[in-house]
Write a protein that binds this ligand. Sequence first.
Ligand SMILES: [Zn+2]
Length: 91
Amino acid sequence: MRIPCPHCGARDVQEFTYLGDAGLQRPDGLAATEAAMFDYVYLRDNLRGLHEELWYHGAGCHAWLAVRRHTLTHAIESAVPAKSRWTGAAA
Ligand SMILES: [Zn+2]
């Protein structure tokens, strides 16, 4: 699999480290129930289809990327700097 890094171009997946689901929302630590924190820390859906994930380009530009990847075909729809996912700003 090759990931199209917006800074470095298409690179082999071995240059990257997978963090996980980019869509997780951390519960409010003071108000969250124990069950909500357990779900956040340990439970993940095993999705089939497009999934947004966080990848770190450790052997390249050292940027965190938000990658939209199809979990069945591994086809990558987009890869953008992770901070632009939340701020809308280009990096
Ligand atoms: Zn890169």
